[in-house]
Structures are given as C-alpha cells and as structure tokens.
Design a protein around this ligand. Structure first.
Ligand code: C2E
Ligand code: CA
Ligand code: CA
Length: 852
C-alpha cells in the first residue's frame, strides 16, 4: 500500500514540475515579428511595453522570430536619427519577410506606416502607446493595422485623490513644454476644472526643474501634485524623469500622483495609471491573432483603457494613507508580500504534500487504529485465554482438592464403615455386642456349629427402681460396671450381649449339659455378690437368669431367646435373684404380658382383684398386731396371678397408680370395718410402689383415703422397699415426712436385700424395718452367719425402729427372733396371706389359741 502511495506521489510531483515548462510546437517555418520602439532601451515605458509583448508572444504555439529596433526619439527627435534608422533597418530587413510590425508609441508607428511598403513587405502593423488623436494624425488613410490605444485618465486619478483627501483644493500639474507635454498638461487642467470649478488648478510648465521642486516643497496639505509627461526642462534639456520624481517626492509634503506607471518605484504615489506592460501584452495578443491567420484590418483597435489604479505601498505608509481610502480594485505595489503571495506555488506544493501527508497519516492512523484494535482484540483474547487458563488451573486445583477430599472421604468411609460395622454390632453404652450381633453372628454360629450350646437371659432385679429413684445417669454407670464384671466370663465361645435396658445375654457355644450350664449360671450370679460402688453409692444388685439349651429348647436365636426370657420370668415370679431352666410346662404357665396389660382395667371393673391379708404377730405376746395387705388377681382368662407376675407390669404401664389407690382404699375401709366389728385396733400395712410415691398428689390421696375410711392414721403403715427409700429424691423424703407428721407409720420393706446403708436411714423418718426373708432363711441354715440379722435388729432398735421379720416359717426362726428381741414376725408359721373370710376365721382361731 505504502509503495503504491509513494509511486502516486512521485507521478503527481512530476506532473506539477512539468507544467512549468511550455510545450513547444513542432518547428515549422518561423514567423517574423519586428518590434519598433519609439524610444530607447532602458526607458522604462518602452521596456515595460516590450516585456508585455514578449510575455504574450511567449504563449504562441508556432515558431516565430522577433527583431527589436529602438528609434531613440525621446533623446534624438531628429530627421537624421530617423534616416539612420531607415538605413539601418533597410540593410537589416530588406531580405526578410516580416509577418507583423509592432510599434510602440507614435514615432515608431509613424516610421512603420511610412516605410512599411518599402522595408517591411507591407506587413500588418500592431501598435500600442498611441492615443486616439495621435493615431488620427499618423494613420490618415492607411489600412492593414490594428493596435492598442493609450488613453490617459486624469479624471479617475483626480477623483481618487479627492477620495483620499476630501479637502483637496489645489491641483498642481507638472508637464514639459513639448508637444505631447502641453497636450497632456492641458488635458489634465481641463479635466480637473471639469470635476470641480472650486479647484485651484495650477500648471507648473513655466518653472525650472528646481523651481518646481522648490514650489512643491511648500504646498499645503490640501494639495494634489500630478506629474504627467515631463522629460524636458524649460531650457530644452532632457531630464532624468526618474530622478526628478524622486527629488520631487522627497521634498513634497503631499503624495505625488502620476498618469503613467513608469513613475512608480521612484517616489510616485500612483493613480489610475497607464500600464506600459498591459499595453504591450494587449498588443502582443493582437499580434498573436494575426500570426495565427487573422487579418489585421478585421481586428478592431482596442480602445478600452489599459489603465489600472496602482499605488505604492511605501508612499501609502509615508503619508499614512489607509488602503480603505483607495479605489476598490487598486493594485498595491511594493507591498511586502505575504508568505502565500511570495511562495504561492511552493505553498500549493507544500499544501499538496501536506494534504498528501495528512492522507498518508490518516491512512496510517486508520491502519494503526486497525492494528491497535486487533492488538486490543488479541490482548483481550489473550486476557480471556489467561483467565481461562487461570480458571482451568483453579478448576484443576479444585478438582485435585476435590480428589483429595474424595480420597480422604474414601478413607473416612472405610474407617466409618468399620466403625459402623463396630457400631452395628456393639452397644454404645457398654461396648458389648448388641441384639443385631446376636441375631446375625450368633445365629450364624448356631447354624454352623450344628447347634450345641446355651443361651443365658440375664435380667437385673429391681433395676427399674434404680433408674427411677437414683437417676438414669447412675443407672447407666451401674450397667457399665456390670458389663465390665460380666466381661470376665466372656471368651471366644462365650459371647456377652446387651439386649437393651437391664437385659444381658450370654451365649455359650460349648455347653453340652445342663450341669455345665448351671455351673455357668452360678458363675454369673457370683459376680453380683460384691456390691457396686457407683457415684458414691454402695449398690447390691441381684439378677434373674433364664436358661435355654440348644438344641433342646430351640435351634435358632429367636426361639432360644424367647424361651430363656420365659425362664427368666419364672425366676422373677419366684422372687427374683436366681436362675431357671426353660421347660415346656413353663411355657404353658407363662403369662402373656400383652394379655395382662389388656386385662388390667377389665379386671378392676370386674372385681377380679382381691386383697389377702397376712397377720403380723407381736413376738413377745403372740397377739395379732395388724395385717399386711397383699394383692391377688383372679383372672378368668389367666387364672390366679400372684403379685410378682403383674406388679412390675402394672408399674411399667402406670396402672399401679389406679390399682395402688384401690388397694389402699379397700384395705383401709376393710380394717376400719374389721376393727369396728371386732372392737379391735388392728393395724394395716399397705405396700406402696415407687411409682405411686412419685405421684404429685400421693399425700393427698392418702389423706383423702383416711378421711373417707375414717381410719386413724396411727393404724396405717405404708411399706416402701429399701431401694425406693435409698435412691429417693428429696421430694420423696419430704412426702414421707409429711405422712409421718399426720401419724402414718412407714415401714422399710425387704430390708437387707438392697442398699444396706443404715446410717443413711437416720435422715428418713421411718418407723419400721422389715427384715427380708433371705436373712430369716439364714437363721435355720446352720452354715450361714446370722451376724447381719443380729446387727440389723440391734441397730434398728437403737434407732427406735420397730423390727419385723418376714417369711418366718419355723419355730426355730421364731425362737431366734424372740431371743434377739425382734418386735414382730410375719410368716407362714402363723398364717399365709388370707382372703377376708378366711382371715376373720383365723382371727377367731388365733384368739382362741392365744387369748387375744
Ligand atoms: P412382700 O411385700 O415382701 O410380701 C411378702 C411376701 O412374702 C408375700 O408374697 C407373702 O405371701 C410372702 N410370704 C409371707 N410369709 C411367707 C413365708 O413364711 N414363706 C414364704 N415363702 N413366703 C411368705 P406375695 O403376696 O406373693 O407378694 C410378693 C410381693 O409382691 C410382695 O413382697 C410385695 O413386694 C408385692 N406385693 C404384694 N401385694 C402388693 C400390693 O398390694 N401392692 C404392692 N405394691 N406390692 C405388692
Ligand atoms: Ca411387704
Ligand atoms: Ca417383703
């Protein structure tokens, strides 16, 4: 592209420079032009005309030849001079065919017309610098000529001076006394007067050269000095017109006007001047037309004024004349050219180059912009790419991080899965195997080992009370401690499982006989002999163990578990703390817990519950002191049910609250009635479950029962098991205190089986201690130690408590207790718990036997 532009530029430059040179036409036979000047070379008027002629001819396309002659008529206006010129030209041009004769001013035209036929082969004549009067004189009846008239215009010049200085008054006209001087001067005088008759018009043709200068130096500001044809002084001497003009200008207080342009550059201000050069140019154009074939006679003489308002810039400055005062189309010479005027062409070229450069620049800028845009786009793309790259890197990092996370998660998953596996098969509290383990792993073992072994179902006795009374925290700790102990029995063939709550299972795979199983059950029990120290509590725990043998009692976990559970319930029914083997008879005897729950309410409304009463005998007198109310349930569906079979279920279901209140109320009403009838003061002991005691309105219930039955509070004793008292919250203790204040007695039941802390009992206002049958049984056992029983009685008495021995069956036991000052005894020795009718018979019998 740049290359193309450079070539274009070069072509344009070549075109511009070549246009400077005229293209010459092909050379044919040259045309001859003779220029005859009236005056001499160096006379500016003449030189200007010549220069104008040459300039017009220069554009001629044909081949021509110019000869120039000077008649020197200004300096030598003589016949001799003319004759010499004649001779000279005759010798020069008699053999040359002239095509056009050009004459400047009158003398030359006169000469040419006179000798044209003789010397210049009758060539057509073109003149200039001749006025109409002069032409009329010279041409007479001549033809075949044409030319440019020289029309002086003093009128315009005077008017211009008037415009510059409207106060113009005096007009001084300078001319010589030659023929042409006088005629010119007269023309100016007439013209000035014609313009305004107020003008003082004064000719200075009678003054000497220095006189004129002297005169002019003294004119006032409202004067106009007009120089016309002044070449000869009053003495007839030729004068240097230019030097004269300069001298005049130097001494004049006003600008000097002129009629001809040759005064310019010599101190003359200007005027509507005849321009010699224009005269020449016009004449040159006419010559051109003739040379190109036109007839001179057919070309009209140009009478149009070849004048031009021309003023000298320097003089304008000198007299402080504003340009605006000059006529409109004035030409100002010597004006310092503006740069454009001086170097117009150069300026155009430079301008063109500049424009070219600008276009170049614009193109370049366009391309630069395009490149910039592309660069920007590239850099934007690059940025985008970088960003993308960064994003990709980030994504890669993210992916890597995610991969690491995934790997970590995988490891974690493996850990979790093994943890889960552990969790799935283990109990969270104790860390022992759980029910799922039993059902999945043990089940599998059973199938594999052709099913030989035993399942031990272990249930803690009274654990519910521990939990309720001492709090779950302690319950949990106890379970953990029990687990730890039982783990001693765990081995590869003995799996210890916690089923949930207070239920544990041992599955032993290598037990082949009932004897071995019994041995193992004993081992389990042994671990419970030693009390547990949990959170500053000294707890004695017993367990009920049900045993199911494999394959005799079942060959899968479900059956074995169900049967062992049944066997365990048998232990509970028998008073807890022991073990029992499952057998098929047991199966029939066992109660359906669900049935019991459903039958409770119906049982109560259908009077299926009955209270049995067992007498308590005063050891010293054998008199009946009172009775313990013991509940029985005759269910048509389930048969006769001892309390151990349903009390715990009633507690679990909450039914004990209704049942307990019914027992309390029935017992109180009955004993009141009995006392009324027998005129006695029998006491009544009623067993109270912990669930009842925890009831908010328990005290109110008791009070209401006493009010309703009108039984004296002193005759009512509430039996609360040791475990309840020991772990009871302050609230329970408070309730007991309230009951005591009313006068109700409180007996601590089953004393010795649970948490033997007698010192603790000091804080609880109990009235009675009931020594558990276990201790009483020991009395008749020669191997056992009765120290504990002795200590209980002793300590109880020291605490002012009434001591009651439970389960007294033998005379031996009675004697021992009597000896050891046990206050009362209760047991089969005297009477089993009896229904009301039998009881009353018994009372009568007893009265008969003992007298009271
Ligand atoms: P407990 O309060 O320790 O009642 C004494 C238990 O020992 C009674 O069993 C009674 O029949 C039995 N017994 C009395 N003397 C002898 C004896 O010489 N030899 C033998 N082997 N046993 C004897 P029972 O009636 O089966 O009651 C068992 C447990 O059920 C009671 O133990 C008591 O904890 C609970 N219970 C009974 N009735 C009620 C009741 O109305 N309310 C509450 N909450 N629990 C009751
Ligand atoms: Ca009791
Ligand atoms: Ca008891």
């Amino acid at each position: 592209m740049a290359k193309k532009i450079t070539i274009l530029f070069m072509i344009i430059l070549i075109f511009i420079s070549s246009s400077n040179f005229p293209v010459k036409a092909a050379t044919t036979l040259a045309k001859n032009v003779l220029i005859i000047n009236s005056y001499h070379q160096g006379f500016q008027w003449t030189d200007d005309q010549s220069s104008g002629i040459m300039s017009s001819l220069s554009s001629l396309d044909i081949n021509y030849d110019v000869s120039i002659e000077y008649l020197d008529w200004k300096r030598y206006p003589t016949e001799v001079n003319i004759a010499n010129a004649y001779n000279n030209m005759k010798s020069k041009y008699s053999n040359t065919k002239m095509d056009v004769i050009m004459c400047t001013d009158d003398a030359a035209l006169n000469f040419a017309l006179k000798y044209r036929g003789e010397l210049f082969s009758d060539a057509p004549i073109v003149f200039c610098g001749v006025n109409s009067n002069g032409l009329a004189d010279i041409s007479k009846d001549q033809v075949n000529f044409t030319g440019v008239l020289e029309e002086l215009d003093p009128e315009s010049t005077i008017n211009a001076a008037l415009a510059i200085n409207p106060a113009l008054k005096n007009i001084y006209i300078i001319y010589d006394n030659t023929e042409s001087g006088i005629s010119t001067g007269q023309l100016c005088i007439d013209t000035a007067k014609n313009i305004s008759n107020t003008f003082n018009v004064q000719p200075l043709n009678n003054l000497s050269k220095s006189g004129i200068i002297d005169f002019i130096s003294r004119v006032d500001k409202n004067s106009m000095v007009l120089v016309t044809s002044y070449f000869v002084d009053i003495y007839g001497n030729n004068i240097d017109h230019h030097a004269f003009c300069e001298n005049l200008s130097n001494s004049s207080p006003v600008p000097i006007y002129h009629l001809y342009d040759f005064g310019l550059n010599h101190g003359i201000f200007g005027g509507n001047l005849i321009i010699g050069k224009i005269q020449g140019e016009e004449a040159g154009l006419l010559t051109k037309r003739i040379l190109l074939g036109e007839q001179a006679s057919s070309i009209p003489i140009i009478d149009r004024k070849t004048n031009k308002y021309t003023f000298d810039y320097n003089i304008m400055k000198k007299y402080n004349i504003s340009k605006s005062l000059l006529p409109k189309d004035s030409q100002i010479i010597n004006k310092p050219f503006s740069f454009i005027e001086t170097y117009r062409k150069l300026v155009y070229v430079v301008l063109f180059i500049f424009l070219l450069l600008i276009s170049f620049t614009i193109i370049l800028l366009f391309y630069i912009r395009k490149i910039r845009l592309m660069q920007l786009r590239i850099s934007a793309n690059n940025e985008e790419l970088t960003q993308l790259y960064e994003e990709l890197t980030a994504t890669e990092e993210e992916l890597r991080a995610q991969y690491e996370d995934v790997t970590e998660a995988q490891t974690q998953l493996v850990e979790y899965s093994s943890e889960l596996h552990h969790l799935a098969y283990h109990d969270t509290l104790t860390g022992l195997y759980n029910r799922l383990y039993l059902y999945e792993v043990v089940e599998q073992k059973l199938t594999l080992s052709s099913c030989i072994g035993a399942l031990f179902f272990i249930d803690l006795d009274n654990f519910k009370f521990v939990n309720d009374a001492l709090g779950h925290n302690l319950g949990d700790e106890l379970l953990k401690a029990i687990s730890l102990r039982l783990l001693n029995l765990s081995s590869k063939s003995n799996s210890l499982i916690r089923l949930g709550g207070d239920e544990f299972v041992f599955f032993s795979s290598n037990i082949k006989s009932k004897a071995i199983a019994q041995n193992f059950a004993n081992k389990i029990s042994k671990y419970f002999i030693k009390p547990f120290d949990i959170l500053a509590n000294h707890l004695t725990v017993t367990v009920s163990i049900g045993i199911a043998l494999c394959p005799d009692n079942g060959s899968n976990v479900d059956t074995l578990l169900r049967n062992a559970d049944m066997a365990m319930y048998k232990v509970k029914n028998n008073g807890k703390n022991g073990f029992f083997f499952f057998n098929n008879i047991l199966k029939d005897m066992l109660l359906d817990r669900v049935n019991i729950e459903n039958n409770f309410k119906k049982g109560l409304s259908h009077n299926e519950f009955q209270i049995y009463y067992q007498p308590q005998i005063i050891t010293t007198t054998n008199a009946i002191d009172g009775f313990e109310a013991l509940i029985r349930w005759y269910s048509p569906e389930l048969g006769m049910l001892p309390p151990l079979k349903f009390i715990s279920i009633a507690e679990e279901t909450g039914f004990i609250k209704i049942l307990g209140e019914w027992i309390l109320r029935s017992a109180c009403h009955y004993i009141k009635d009995l006392n009324n009838r027998k005129n006695a003061k029998f006491k009544i002991s009623v067993n109270i479950s912990v669930i009842q005691l925890l009831q908010d309105n328990f005290v109110d219930i008791v009070k209401q029962v006493l009010i309703d039955s009108r039984l004296s509070p002193e005759l009512l004793e509430l039996e609360i098991t040791e475990s309840v008292i020991m772990g009871s919250p302050e609230l329970v203790v408070e309730k007991i205190k309230v009951l005591r204040r009313i006068g109700i007695k409180i007996a601590l039941d089953d004393f010795g089986t649970g948490y033997s802390s007698l010192s603790y009992l000091r804080n609880i206002p109990i009235t009675t201690l009931k020594i558990d049958k276990l201790f009483i049984d020991d009395i008749s056992n020669p191997k056992s130690n009765t120290d504990v029983t002795d200590a209980i009685i002793d300590l109880g008495h020291k605490m002012n408590l009434t001591i009651v021995a439970e389960g007294v069956e033998t005379e031996e036991q009675l004697q021992y207790l009597k000896k050891n000052n046990c206050d009362k005894i209760q047991g089969y020795l005297f009477s089993k718990p009896l229904p009301v009718t039998e009881l009353e018979c018994m009372i009568e019998e007893h009265k008969k036997t003992y007298g009271h």
